[in-house]
Design a protein around this ligand. Structure first.
Ligand SMILES: [Zn+2]
Length: 112
């Protein structure tokens, strides 16, 4: 079941896999299949074509080659790092003052 507990720009820590222990900001979230893209995590070599075209105003070529690009990983492999206690935690939910759902740290109960 997809979890909407992780959001873009969250700081997360990778708990499993070859990038275990790495921390990074969430770049993209794919809520439909519960996957996230994390800055600097799950890098894969990707071939990039040279882009652009020569025009009268000069050449604006973007050099192609091999670059490192992040891949989507399963959101269940990462945990949000709580800004309050600094520990990776599962995210809980609680009703806030105006009945709005807020995310809380399961460890220290602080709002995330
Ligand atoms: Zn906490």
């Amino acid at each position: 079941m997809p979890s909407a507990n992780i959001r873009k720009d969250d700081l997360v820590k990778v708990m499993t896999g070859k990038d275990r222990g790495k921390e990074g900001r969430v770049l993209r979230v794919s809520p439909r299949n519960g996957r996230v893209m994390v800055d600097g995590v799950a890098l894969a070599k990707r071939h990039v074509r040279t882009q652009g075209r020569r025009s009268s105003g000069g050449s604006q070529l973007k050099q192609g080659g091999i670059v490192d690009a992040e891949m989507f990983i399963d959101a269940s492999n990462v945990q949000v790092v709580c800004p309050s206690c600094g520990r990776p935690t599962r995210v809980g939910r609680r009703s806030g003052p105006e009945g709005k759902k807020v995310r809380i740290c399961r460890k220290c109960e602080a709002e995330i």
